[in-house]
Write a protein that binds this ligand. Structure first.
Ligand code: MRU
Length: 358
């Protein structure tokens, strides 16, 4: 496997460089985001997307913008940080990694005992860069644990994009696939195109092709027939928010895939860092689901594919019930049923290290 080394987000000191994912795979264009608004808009229009990547971008945005604030003391800087944090928090509601990363940054600001505002700004910069590097390490660990669930010869179905583009680097579900391949396993990937914004065909196919991992691209509606006719060994997806009982929100279409996997006796795994687990949310019912503009359904690449002014429902995510999930692959290992009990145990033991005690 080649190392594609895709860098979707990089810290450049006075700006953040973001690979504009709305243009992939046709063009590789980089955005120079120079203020909070640039980053917030990039998140909203999905130039940067994927739960961990959004968290990293938001942390970096806060660190970058605070350097420019004219504040004499840390106390004077705080209200500015809060305002910035609110703007970033309001960009996308489902991915809890955004809230998690911003809380980490605000905690850093609150707990830094310095009276020197420049030292605080520097500490925030270091924290954002640390969140970014940690995310890559965490994904490698997820890959290491998850690859054990992948047979020596395996067909793995996945949806959306969970790779280097969706994270600080390497990926969650795609990281598991990458590690399995690195470990000499023969993995064939089935990438579901992921209507309406085609993260599967535009982004996952692009990453897999760069890595030289064999795959087939299918339309979302073909997944059931693929399972019936050709078979698959696993489904592995990412997550945007996992409730305390294991119910997992992910890209729209993931729920259908889980129902189909159950019908065909194919184990369904979710790969995500602890920062995607929201212990404050009891079940999937309480996860906020983003609804996006109707044009994402009524047009493809700017071309209309529906009559004008039709009624549209466009939820960006759905929720897989915990009973359909064979395991949640985290950096601490694979959490299995009963999820209520085992998530709490895993979180108490390991999650605290990265999340801090709440
Ligand atoms: O709307 P998107 O493209 O941000 O949705 C992304 C997903 O649903 C991913 O599967 C999820 O964020 C996990 S990414 C490691």
């Amino acid at each position: 496997m080649q190392d594609s080394s895709i860098k979707a987000i990089t810290w450049e000191g006075d700006h953040i460089r973001i690979l504009d994912q709305t243009k992939l795979p046709v063009q590789e264009v980089y955005l120079e985001c120079r203020n909070i608004e640039d980053v917030a808009c990039a998140i909203e229009r999905l130039s940067v997307r994927g739960a961990p990547a959004i968290g990293v971008a938001a942390a970096m945005a806060l660190a970058m913008e605070c350097q420019k604030v004219n504040a004499g003391t840390p106390e004077e800087l705080m209200p500015h940080l809060e305002q910035m944090s609110i703007r970033l928090m309001n960009t996308r509601p489902t991915a809890v990694n955004l809230k998690w990363a911003l809380k980490k940054m605000m905690d850093k600001a609150l707990n830094s005992r310095t009276s020197d505002v420049e030292a605080l700004k520097d500490a925030l910069k270091q924290e954002a860069i640390r969140i970014y590097h940690d995310d890559i390490k965490i994904n490698m660990a997820i890959g290491g644990h998850g690859q054990a669930a992948v047979p020596q010869e395996a067909t793995v179905i996945t949806i959306c994009n969970t790779g280097s583009l969706a994270t600080g680097g390497y990926g969650t579900a795609l990281g598991v696939i990458r590690t399995a391949v690195k470990n000499g396993k023969s993995v064939f990937v089935v990438s579901s195109e992921t209507r309406p914004l085609m993260q599967g065909s535009r982004l996952t196919a692009w990453e897999l092709q760069k890595d030289g991992i064999p795959f087939v691209l299918i339309a979302d509606s073909m997944a059931g027939y693929y399972m019936k006719k050709k078979g698959a060994d696993l489904v592995i997806t990412g997550a945007d928010r996992i409730a305390a009982n294991g119910d997992s929100a992910n890209k729209i279409g993931t729920y259908s895939l889980s129902v189909l996997a159950k019908e065909h006796n194919i184990p369904f795994y979710v790969a995500a860092p602890f920062s995607t687990i929201d212990m404050s949310v009891k079940s999937g019912e309480d996860i906020p689901i983003e609804e996006r503009p109707s044009e994402e359904i009524t047009s493809i690449a700017g071309k209309p594919v529906a009559p004008e002014s039709v009624n549209v429902w466009n939820p960006a995510f759905d929720v897989v019930p915990n009973s359909y999930i064979a395991g949640i692959i985290t950096e601490g290992g694979i959490i299995r049923q009963p999820f209520n009990e085992n998530i709490k145990k895993a979180f108490d033991e390991k999650g605290e290290e990265i999340n801090g005690k709440s």
